[in-house]
Design a protein around this ligand. Sequence first.
Ligand code: FES
Length: 343
Amino acid sequence: MGHSVALNFADGKTFFISVNNDELLLDAAIRQGINLPLDCREGVCATCQGQCETGIYEQDYVDEDALSERDLAERKMLACQTRVKSNAAFFFDHDSTICNAGETLKIETKVTNVELVSETTAILHLDASRYKEKLQFLPGQYARLQIPETEDWRSYSFANRPNETNQLQFLIRLLPDGVMSNYLRDRCQVGQSLFIEAPLGSFYLREVERPLVFVAGGTGLSAFLGMLDNLAEQPNAPSVQLYYGVTSENDLCEQSRLHAYAEKLTNFSYHPIVTKASENWQGKAGYIHEHLNKDQLAEQAFDMYLCGPPPMIEAVKTWLDQQTLQNYRIYSEKFLQSNTSRN
Ligand code: FES
Protein backbone atom coordinates (compact mmCIF):
# COMPACT_ATOMS: atom_id res chain seq x y z
CA MET A 1 0.00 0.00 0.00
CA GLY A 2 1.21 3.48 -0.84
CA HIS A 3 1.98 6.36 1.45
CA SER A 4 -0.52 9.18 1.68
CA VAL A 5 1.24 12.36 0.60
CA ALA A 6 -0.10 15.91 0.71
CA LEU A 7 1.14 18.30 -1.98
CA ASN A 8 0.64 21.88 -0.80
CA PHE A 9 0.91 24.87 -3.07
CA ALA A 10 1.38 28.62 -2.63
CA ASP A 11 -2.25 29.31 -3.57
CA GLY A 12 -3.33 27.40 -0.45
CA LYS A 13 -4.54 24.32 -2.31
CA THR A 14 -3.68 20.82 -1.20
CA PHE A 15 -3.91 17.61 -3.18
CA PHE A 16 -3.42 14.18 -1.68
CA ILE A 17 -1.75 11.47 -3.72
CA SER A 18 -0.66 7.92 -3.05
CA VAL A 19 3.05 7.20 -3.49
CA ASN A 20 4.43 3.67 -3.67
CA ASN A 21 7.49 2.80 -1.63
CA ASP A 22 10.06 2.91 -4.40
CA GLU A 23 8.26 5.35 -6.62
CA LEU A 24 9.66 8.80 -7.30
CA LEU A 25 7.45 11.56 -5.96
CA LEU A 26 7.41 13.29 -9.34
CA ASP A 27 6.24 10.12 -11.11
CA ALA A 28 3.51 9.53 -8.53
CA ALA A 29 2.25 13.10 -8.88
CA ILE A 30 2.13 12.92 -12.69
CA ARG A 31 0.46 9.50 -12.54
CA GLN A 32 -2.32 11.13 -10.51
CA GLY A 33 -2.76 14.16 -12.73
CA ILE A 34 -0.56 16.70 -10.93
CA ASN A 35 2.07 17.85 -13.39
CA LEU A 36 4.77 19.29 -11.17
CA PRO A 37 7.16 21.51 -13.16
CA LEU A 38 10.15 19.55 -14.44
CA ASP A 39 13.03 19.81 -16.81
CA CYS A 40 16.09 17.57 -16.41
CA ARG A 41 14.62 14.79 -14.23
CA GLU A 42 18.19 14.18 -13.08
CA GLY A 43 18.48 16.25 -9.91
CA VAL A 44 20.39 19.07 -11.58
CA CYS A 45 18.10 21.90 -12.68
CA ALA A 46 16.03 22.28 -9.45
CA THR A 47 12.86 23.02 -11.46
CA CYS A 48 10.96 20.45 -9.39
CA GLN A 49 12.15 21.84 -6.06
CA GLY A 50 9.93 21.75 -3.00
CA GLN A 51 10.24 21.36 0.74
CA CYS A 52 9.28 18.46 2.95
CA GLU A 53 7.16 19.66 5.87
CA THR A 54 6.34 16.35 7.51
CA GLY A 55 7.41 12.77 6.96
CA ILE A 56 10.44 10.66 6.05
CA TYR A 57 12.01 10.74 2.61
CA GLU A 58 15.25 10.00 0.75
CA GLN A 59 16.73 11.50 -2.37
CA ASP A 60 18.63 9.56 -5.05
CA TYR A 61 20.92 12.28 -6.41
CA VAL A 62 21.03 16.00 -5.72
CA ASP A 63 23.54 18.12 -7.60
CA GLU A 64 25.29 20.67 -5.40
CA ASP A 65 24.22 23.43 -7.79
CA ALA A 66 20.59 22.39 -7.38
CA LEU A 67 20.42 22.37 -3.57
CA SER A 68 23.03 23.59 -1.10
CA GLU A 69 23.90 21.97 2.23
CA ARG A 70 21.74 24.58 3.88
CA ASP A 71 18.83 23.82 1.54
CA LEU A 72 19.14 20.14 2.43
CA ALA A 73 19.20 20.96 6.14
CA GLU A 74 15.96 22.89 5.61
CA ARG A 75 14.46 19.77 4.04
CA LYS A 76 14.31 21.22 0.56
CA MET A 77 14.06 18.46 -1.98
CA LEU A 78 13.76 17.63 -5.66
CA ALA A 79 10.58 15.79 -6.58
CA CYS A 80 12.33 13.94 -9.40
CA GLN A 81 14.78 12.40 -6.90
CA THR A 82 12.57 11.96 -3.84
CA ARG A 83 11.27 8.64 -2.55
CA VAL A 84 8.95 8.88 0.44
CA LYS A 85 9.20 6.40 3.29
CA SER A 86 6.15 7.41 5.33
CA ASN A 87 3.03 9.52 5.02
CA ALA A 88 4.30 13.01 4.28
CA ALA A 89 3.53 16.59 3.26
CA PHE A 90 5.49 18.69 0.77
CA PHE A 91 5.23 22.38 -0.07
CA PHE A 92 5.84 23.81 -3.54
CA ASP A 93 6.28 27.55 -3.70
CA HIS A 94 4.13 28.12 -6.77
CA ASP A 95 0.44 28.00 -7.53
CA SER A 96 -1.24 24.67 -8.16
CA THR A 97 -2.53 25.99 -11.50
CA ILE A 98 0.99 25.57 -12.91
CA CYS A 99 0.50 21.83 -12.43
CA ASN A 100 -2.96 21.64 -14.03
CA ALA A 101 -3.93 20.08 -10.75
CA GLY A 102 -7.61 20.74 -11.22
CA GLU A 103 -10.18 21.85 -8.73
CA THR A 104 -10.18 21.30 -5.01
CA LEU A 105 -12.59 18.56 -3.96
CA LYS A 106 -16.24 19.66 -3.61
CA ILE A 107 -18.48 17.21 -1.81
CA GLU A 108 -22.00 17.04 -0.44
CA THR A 109 -22.39 16.49 3.29
CA LYS A 110 -25.37 16.21 5.65
CA VAL A 111 -25.86 18.23 8.81
CA THR A 112 -25.94 15.89 11.82
CA ASN A 113 -25.91 18.37 14.69
CA VAL A 114 -25.48 21.99 15.68
CA GLU A 115 -24.00 21.87 19.15
CA LEU A 116 -24.00 25.07 21.19
CA VAL A 117 -20.68 24.98 23.06
CA SER A 118 -20.68 28.48 24.56
CA GLU A 119 -23.00 31.46 24.51
CA THR A 120 -21.34 32.63 21.30
CA THR A 121 -20.01 29.48 19.66
CA ALA A 122 -21.41 26.37 18.01
CA ILE A 123 -19.88 23.23 16.58
CA LEU A 124 -21.41 22.27 13.27
CA HIS A 125 -21.25 18.50 12.77
CA LEU A 126 -21.33 17.24 9.20
CA ASP A 127 -21.51 13.71 7.83
CA ALA A 128 -19.41 13.43 4.68
CA SER A 129 -19.73 9.65 4.40
CA ARG A 130 -21.38 9.88 0.98
CA TYR A 131 -17.86 10.55 -0.17
CA LYS A 132 -16.62 6.99 -0.28
CA GLU A 133 -12.94 7.63 0.27
CA LYS A 134 -11.47 8.95 3.48
CA LEU A 135 -11.58 12.74 3.27
CA GLN A 136 -8.00 13.80 3.77
CA PHE A 137 -6.75 17.06 5.19
CA LEU A 138 -3.89 18.21 7.37
CA PRO A 139 -4.70 19.14 10.98
CA GLY A 140 -5.18 22.91 11.02
CA GLN A 141 -6.45 23.24 7.46
CA TYR A 142 -9.85 24.62 6.60
CA ALA A 143 -12.84 24.01 4.35
CA ARG A 144 -15.20 26.37 2.57
CA LEU A 145 -18.83 25.72 3.46
CA GLN A 146 -21.70 26.79 1.25
CA ILE A 147 -24.61 28.15 3.24
CA PRO A 148 -27.62 26.14 1.97
CA GLU A 149 -30.03 27.91 -0.39
CA THR A 150 -27.51 30.69 -1.00
CA GLU A 151 -24.48 31.32 -3.15
CA ASP A 152 -22.49 32.36 -0.07
CA TRP A 153 -19.45 30.44 1.09
CA ARG A 154 -17.60 30.84 4.38
CA SER A 155 -14.31 29.36 5.55
CA TYR A 156 -13.86 27.39 8.79
CA SER A 157 -11.02 25.33 10.20
CA PHE A 158 -11.66 21.66 10.79
CA ALA A 159 -12.13 21.07 14.53
CA ASN A 160 -11.21 17.40 14.38
CA ARG A 161 -8.83 15.12 12.53
CA PRO A 162 -9.55 13.05 9.41
CA ASN A 163 -11.39 9.85 10.28
CA GLU A 164 -12.60 6.70 8.57
CA THR A 165 -16.29 7.66 8.70
CA ASN A 166 -15.78 11.22 7.43
CA GLN A 167 -17.50 12.87 10.37
CA LEU A 168 -16.47 16.53 10.36
CA GLN A 169 -16.61 19.30 12.94
CA PHE A 170 -16.27 23.07 12.58
CA LEU A 171 -16.15 25.57 15.42
CA ILE A 172 -18.24 28.60 14.42
CA ARG A 173 -18.66 31.96 16.11
CA LEU A 174 -22.32 32.97 16.34
CA LEU A 175 -22.52 36.60 15.31
CA PRO A 176 -25.57 38.81 15.95
CA ASP A 177 -26.07 39.05 12.20
CA GLY A 178 -23.96 36.89 9.93
CA VAL A 179 -24.93 34.75 6.98
CA MET A 180 -23.74 31.50 8.56
CA SER A 181 -24.87 32.50 12.05
CA ASN A 182 -28.37 33.32 10.82
CA TYR A 183 -28.54 30.05 8.95
CA LEU A 184 -27.49 28.03 12.01
CA ARG A 185 -29.98 29.83 14.26
CA ASP A 186 -32.97 30.03 11.92
CA ARG A 187 -32.94 27.47 9.14
CA CYS A 188 -30.47 24.70 9.84
CA GLN A 189 -31.99 21.23 10.12
CA VAL A 190 -30.52 17.83 10.74
CA GLY A 191 -30.26 15.93 7.46
CA GLN A 192 -29.94 19.06 5.35
CA SER A 193 -27.41 18.98 2.49
CA LEU A 194 -24.44 21.26 2.74
CA PHE A 195 -21.61 21.42 0.20
CA ILE A 196 -18.01 21.83 1.25
CA GLU A 197 -14.78 22.46 -0.61
CA ALA A 198 -11.61 21.07 0.99
CA PRO A 199 -8.85 20.82 1.94
CA LEU A 200 -7.50 24.36 1.85
CA GLY A 201 -4.91 26.46 3.61
CA SER A 202 -1.24 26.57 4.46
CA PHE A 203 -1.77 26.59 8.23
CA TYR A 204 -1.14 23.03 9.36
CA LEU A 205 1.08 21.13 11.71
CA ARG A 206 4.61 20.72 10.34
CA GLU A 207 7.11 18.03 11.32
CA VAL A 208 7.01 18.02 15.10
CA GLU A 209 10.62 18.25 16.23
CA ARG A 210 10.51 20.60 19.17
CA PRO A 211 8.16 21.97 21.83
CA LEU A 212 5.00 23.55 20.52
CA VAL A 213 3.31 26.77 21.58
CA PHE A 214 -0.24 27.14 20.29
CA VAL A 215 -1.91 30.55 20.45
CA ALA A 216 -5.62 30.65 19.66
CA GLY A 217 -7.89 33.66 19.53
CA GLY A 218 -11.64 33.01 19.65
CA THR A 219 -12.71 30.36 17.16
CA GLY A 220 -9.11 30.16 16.00
CA LEU A 221 -9.19 27.36 18.56
CA SER A 222 -10.79 25.16 15.91
CA ALA A 223 -7.53 24.58 14.04
CA PHE A 224 -5.80 23.54 17.25
CA LEU A 225 -8.47 21.02 18.20
CA GLY A 226 -7.60 19.08 15.04
CA MET A 227 -3.88 19.37 15.76
CA LEU A 228 -4.32 18.28 19.38
CA ASP A 229 -6.47 15.31 18.32
CA ASN A 230 -3.62 14.32 16.04
CA LEU A 231 -0.86 14.83 18.60
CA ALA A 232 -2.82 12.84 21.18
CA GLU A 233 -2.47 9.80 18.92
CA GLN A 234 1.31 10.13 18.64
CA PRO A 235 3.40 8.09 21.08
CA ASN A 236 6.22 10.63 21.48
CA ALA A 237 4.42 13.94 21.18
CA PRO A 238 6.47 16.94 22.37
CA SER A 239 5.41 19.34 25.07
CA VAL A 240 2.48 21.55 24.04
CA GLN A 241 1.40 24.83 25.59
CA LEU A 242 -1.99 26.12 24.50
CA TYR A 243 -2.92 29.78 25.07
CA TYR A 244 -6.57 30.41 24.31
CA GLY A 245 -7.80 34.00 24.39
CA VAL A 246 -11.41 35.12 24.37
CA THR A 247 -13.25 38.36 25.10
CA SER A 248 -15.39 37.18 28.01
CA GLU A 249 -15.37 33.94 30.01
CA ASN A 250 -18.74 33.09 28.46
CA ASP A 251 -16.93 32.72 25.14
CA LEU A 252 -14.74 29.86 26.39
CA CYS A 253 -15.75 26.57 24.82
CA GLU A 254 -14.73 22.92 24.71
CA GLN A 255 -13.27 23.20 28.20
CA SER A 256 -13.65 19.53 29.14
CA ARG A 257 -12.11 18.48 25.81
CA LEU A 258 -9.17 20.83 26.35
CA HIS A 259 -8.56 19.65 29.90
CA ALA A 260 -8.78 16.04 28.72
CA TYR A 261 -5.79 16.51 26.42
CA ALA A 262 -3.65 16.64 29.57
CA GLU A 263 -4.46 12.95 30.10
CA LYS A 264 -3.37 11.99 26.58
CA LEU A 265 -0.40 14.30 26.13
CA THR A 266 2.24 13.81 28.81
CA ASN A 267 3.42 17.40 28.76
CA PHE A 268 0.42 19.60 27.99
CA SER A 269 -0.43 22.90 29.63
CA TYR A 270 -3.53 24.94 28.96
CA HIS A 271 -3.90 28.69 29.63
CA PRO A 272 -7.30 30.31 29.04
CA ILE A 273 -7.07 34.10 29.03
CA VAL A 274 -10.03 36.47 29.16
CA THR A 275 -9.73 40.05 27.89
CA LYS A 276 -12.78 41.52 29.60
CA ALA A 277 -13.04 39.31 32.64
CA SER A 278 -15.89 39.65 35.12
CA GLU A 279 -15.08 39.95 38.80
CA ASN A 280 -15.92 36.27 39.18
CA TRP A 281 -13.13 35.17 36.81
CA GLN A 282 -10.28 33.58 38.77
CA GLY A 283 -7.91 32.89 35.88
CA LYS A 284 -5.59 34.91 33.66
CA ALA A 285 -6.96 38.22 32.37
CA GLY A 286 -5.80 40.60 29.66
CA TYR A 287 -4.12 39.76 26.37
CA ILE A 288 -2.26 36.60 25.45
CA HIS A 289 1.12 38.24 24.86
CA GLU A 290 1.03 39.58 28.42
CA HIS A 291 1.09 36.01 29.70
CA LEU A 292 3.76 34.42 27.53
CA ASN A 293 6.70 33.32 29.65
CA LYS A 294 9.92 34.72 28.19
CA ASP A 295 12.24 32.82 30.53
CA GLN A 296 10.58 29.53 29.75
CA LEU A 297 10.59 30.19 26.00
CA ALA A 298 14.30 31.10 26.15
CA GLU A 299 15.19 27.67 27.52
CA GLN A 300 14.92 25.81 24.23
CA ALA A 301 13.95 26.10 20.57
CA PHE A 302 10.21 25.99 19.88
CA ASP A 303 7.62 26.22 17.14
CA MET A 304 4.77 28.66 17.65
CA TYR A 305 1.45 28.42 15.82
CA LEU A 306 -0.96 31.35 15.91
CA CYS A 307 -4.54 31.37 14.67
CA GLY A 308 -7.03 34.14 15.33
CA PRO A 309 -7.84 37.78 14.69
CA PRO A 310 -5.09 39.97 13.16
CA PRO A 311 -4.59 42.21 16.25
CA MET A 312 -3.88 39.16 18.43
CA ILE A 313 -1.37 37.76 15.97
CA GLU A 314 0.36 41.10 15.49
CA ALA A 315 0.56 41.66 19.26
CA VAL A 316 2.22 38.28 19.82
CA LYS A 317 4.65 38.76 16.93
CA THR A 318 5.57 42.23 18.21
CA TRP A 319 6.15 40.81 21.67
CA LEU A 320 8.41 38.11 20.22
CA ASP A 321 10.38 40.71 18.26
CA GLN A 322 10.97 42.65 21.46
CA GLN A 323 12.46 39.68 23.29
CA THR A 324 15.91 38.25 22.70
CA LEU A 325 14.64 34.80 21.87
CA GLN A 326 16.80 33.14 19.25
CA ASN A 327 15.54 29.90 18.00
CA TYR A 328 11.91 29.69 17.05
CA ARG A 329 9.68 29.29 14.03
CA ILE A 330 6.29 30.91 13.58
CA TYR A 331 3.32 29.73 11.55
CA SER A 332 0.21 31.87 11.57
CA GLU A 333 -3.22 32.27 10.12
CA LYS A 334 -5.22 35.46 10.49
CA PHE A 335 -8.93 35.60 10.12
CA LEU A 336 -11.60 38.18 10.63
CA GLN A 337 -14.13 37.24 13.28
CA SER A 338 -16.74 39.39 11.55
CA ASN A 339 -17.06 37.18 8.50
CA THR A 340 -14.60 34.36 9.24
CA SER A 341 -12.92 34.80 5.90
CA ARG A 342 -9.22 34.15 5.90
CA ASN A 343 -6.73 36.64 4.61
S1 FES B 1 13.49 18.14 -12.94
FE1 FES B 1 15.53 18.94 -12.82
S2 FES B 1 16.05 18.60 -10.73
FE2 FES B 1 14.11 17.65 -10.93
